[in-house]
Design a protein around this ligand. Structure first.
Ligand SMILES: *Cc1c(COP(=O)(O)O)cnc(C)c1O
Length: 439
């Protein structure tokens, strides 16, 4: 019917207009969400290719679908690159996200009702490591019980001795020790946790969602060498690929992992994203030693500049961070939600976050005491120390000087003008946030 055609077309135009507005917005903001990044134009091209309309269940060369000749070759390259970049015996690039990669780990190493040790969210933990009470994936989907590491809030690190005492005192029998975090400032004690796990014949999984690009660039830590049985990751945070996941492990687990990924947890595995992951890994091989080093340098520079301007960035005594992420306590001015909203009006995009002191305060996660910032995206746009200082000044104007966010937004647009291309990638011809039209 004509009216339905017209109605459909109105929706259609509105959707495309909104996508276009989003692209224009991101050209003009300072993107500081620690879990995001801007992929290269080549990765974005992969995401638009026909792979994304196909099926390829199974392993390359053993598919249950026809037409997979080139898909198979690309996935084989992705596997080869993943094993090279992470020096892993075995890789599976089919998990479609970090959470799904964690589910692969839970399925392999635990049975429902088993106990896992993980970090609570105020100490950096991720909801996929969480217990049922909080709606966490480990509890809700795999039926795991979850206890926590003892955590040294002063130094932002897992306290191994206190954790051992806690386990003994409570008579716990852990099957799995989860490491990795969403606020991941310093390397985790993988070796010490692996020694503790060995006492219980338990496994160690390292969730590298946030730091996958840093590990690829050899600047953070090397979990597989330090004793992890498996490393899981998201490919779109510091790794700057498309939104997808991956597991890396040892040959002794290979066949079990393959069966769990398919048919256990996936049917189609987003083949266009696999192509994008392959491209991101090739870029990692070529460029990420430099990119990762620059990220950490910029994170420290931003932290220092904010700190000097009176913003309470945490862990100054440890150099603030060894990763892309920093956290600040803003509770002397406002809560994290208010800070996030004000800064968003100033075109500075970051998120509110629970910080360690919120654990004992039992602060509502919707209005936490802190904010979290990651510099991986601004670094990929080519920013350096001098821009970190400018960003710190802009944040101070909003949070401390109480300047009008809309006025500060104009300065942000000005700062962003010269940073419109993706660096540390093979192609940078088109603008980073260009809305590519193929309709
Ligand atoms: C982001 C994140 C995940 C989830 O990754 P998705 O790819 O969004 O599913 C898992 N674990 C940690 C620690 C994370 O930070």
């Amino acid at each position: 019917m004509d009216s339905e055609r017209a109605e459909g077309e109105r929706y259609f135009r509105r959707i495309l207009e909104l996508i276009d507005k989003h692209h224009k917005l991101f050209k003009h903001v300072i993107p500081l969400i620690a879990s995001e990044n801007i992929p290269s134009p080549a990765v974005r091209e992969a995401l638009a290719c026909d792979f994304g309309n196909r099926y390829a269940e199974g392993w390359p060369g053993e598919r249950l679908y026809a037409g997979c000749k080139y898909v198979d070759e690309v996935e084989t390259i992705a596997l080869e690159l993943a094993k090279k970049v992470y020096e892993a015996e075995f890789a599976d690039v089919r998990p479609i996200s970090g959470v799904m990669a964690n589910l692969v780990a839970y399925t392999l190493f635990t049975e429902p009702g088993d106990l896992m040790i993980a970090l609570p969210i105020p100490y950096g933990g991720h909801i996929s490591h969480g217990k049922q009470k909080w709606g966490g994936t480990a509890g809700v989907v795999r039926g795991l019980k979850v206890d926590r590491y003892e955590f040294d809030e002063e130094n932002y690190e897992i306290d191994i001795d206190a954790t051992r005492r806690r386990i003994e005192k409570k008579g716990l029998k852990p099957r799995l020790f989860m490491l990795g975090a969403s606020v991941f400032l310093f390397p985790h004690p993988v070796k010490e946790v692996a020694e503790l796990a060995a006492e219980f014949d338990a496994k160690v999984v390292y969730d590298a969602a946030h730091v996958a690009g840093l590990i690829a660039g050899k600047v953070f830590q090397d979990p597989l060498r330090e004793g992890a049985d498996m490393m899981t990751l998201s490919t779109h945070k510091t790794l700057a690929g498309p939104q997808h996941g991956m597991v890396l492990s040892w040959n002794k687990y290979a066949e079990d992992i393959k069966r769990i990924v398919f048919p256990g947890l996936h049917s189609n595995h987003h083949l266009h994203a696999v192509a994008g992951v392959a491209i991101a890994l090739a870029e990692a091989l070529a460029f990420y030693r430099e990119y990762a080093r620059k990220i950490v340098e910029n994170a420290k520079a931003l932290a220092q500049a904010l700190y000097e301007r009176g913003i309470r960035v945490l862990y100054e005594h440890r150099g603030f961070t060894e990763s892309h992420t920093i956290i600040a306590d803003v509770s002397e001015y406002m809560n994290g939600l208010e800070a996030e909203k004000l800064l968003e009006r100033a075109n500075i995009i970051l998120n509110r976050n629970l910080i360690p002191k919120d654990y004992k305060l039992k602060t509502d996660y919707r209005a936490p005491s802190g904010i979290r910032m990651g510099v991986q995206e601004v670094t990929r746009l080519g920013m350096n120390k001098s821009e970190m200082i400018e960003i710190a000044e802009l944040i101070k104007k909003v949070l401390i000087d109480k300047k009008s966010p809309e006025e500060v937004a104009k300065e942000v647009v000005e700062l962003r003008k010269d940073f419109q291309h993706v660096k540390y990638a093979f192609t940078s011809g088109i603008e980073a946030y260009e809305h590519i039209l193929i309709r």
